[in-house]
Design a protein around this ligand. Structure first.
Ligand SMILES: [Zn+2]
Length: 69
């Protein structure tokens, strides 16, 4: 577990962690998902090195880093 992931875990309460997992699942299944905060559509973006991906909304209130390597 790298420092970033640890930071992210500490930031999240158990509930929002579960909410995020549900969001991630929807997006990976190709279903539309909206930011729970601003209700805008979430985007799935691969990182430049292709080792991970980010799920985020335009305003940035949702910004989830995924490690898909
Ligand atoms: Zn948002």
């Amino acid at each position: 577990m790298d420092r970033n992931q640890l930071k992210q875990l500490n930031k999240l309460s158990a509930k929002s962690y579960n909410d995020q997992k549900a969001l991630i699942k929807r997006i990976l299944m190709g279903k539309p998902a909206k930011c729970p905060t601003c209700q805008q559509n979430l985007q799935f973006l691969e990182t430049q090195d292709s080792k991970g991906a980010t799920i985020r909304c335009r305003q940035g209130c949702t910004d989830i880093e995924l490690d898909i390597s």
